[in-house]
Write a protein that binds this ligand. Sequence first.
Ligand SMILES: N[C@@H](CCC[C@H](N)C(=O)O)C(=O)O
Length: 298
Amino acid sequence: MVPVSTSQTAPIAFLKGHGTENDFVIVPDPDNDLDLPPRAVAALCDRRAGIGGDGLLHVVRSAAHPEARAVAGEAEWFMDYRNADGSVAEMCGNGVRVFARYLRRAGHVTAGDLAVATRGGVKRVHIPKDEDGDITVHMGRAALPDTEVTVSVGDRSWPARNVNMGNPHAVAFVADLADAGDLRTEPAVTPAAVYPHGVNAEFVVDRGPRHVAMRVHERGSGETRSCGTGACAVAVAAARRDGTDPAVTGSPVTYTVDLPGGRLVITEHPDGSVEMTGPAIIVAEGHFDPARLETAFA
Ligand SMILES: N[C@@H](CCC[C@H](N)C(=O)O)C(=O)O
């Protein structure tokens, strides 16, 4: 392994991309040669001293990564997702679309259906022939444990729905998106024991029939302009609230979810599977000077 540390001498190839302005540093590393400790990820994601991003997509062949080797026969590529603070996460809905866009652009895969390994399981992704076309991800089933949770910002609190999309979410319906405040401070979600590894908190308002808008505070990243797993969690929570749960009605239901950075369309099917469609854009590529990692670590 090549340590990404003060002794790292080789430039680190990267790309920058986003999905509805949830932005990522993409680090292609097919053979898993780079060692990416949390502080190196945080340095790369730093918006002033680094490249800047809400998270990092470490692109590795599944066969080369201990966490994905077992599914290498099913999914050739593993999305080793890291939050901006360097912590690992199970899944990233916007990230997996950008990951697929990168694989296509690099010529590793063709348009069509692709399986991507994530810590939240193997996800099926559809890449259209149109190079700029929206990408659809089959996100799997949401889990909705019947636990009552509360989200608080300052002295205001809301009951919230506990939804797991591979990663944990608390979805609160509020009167106004401004109720969430500036979200510079992490909202309190209680009881804390429900989320031993932290939680992403969504604040949601109605915009019309099966049309909502949301803001999100992401675990490990702070407020972001979009969260794909969060939008899916919001859509399934809204379907339960609205009495449109597909498992009950027998019909798929589609919600349009507006986020500060764009729009995602989420469909839940009667078997509980959730599908998300949205954009994925690569905006730049280059090399990161490893000496700047030293500066970031100083
Ligand atoms: N922005 C992502 C979610 C990234 C992971 C999240 N912060 C977590 O820690 O669970 C998305 O688009 O889903």
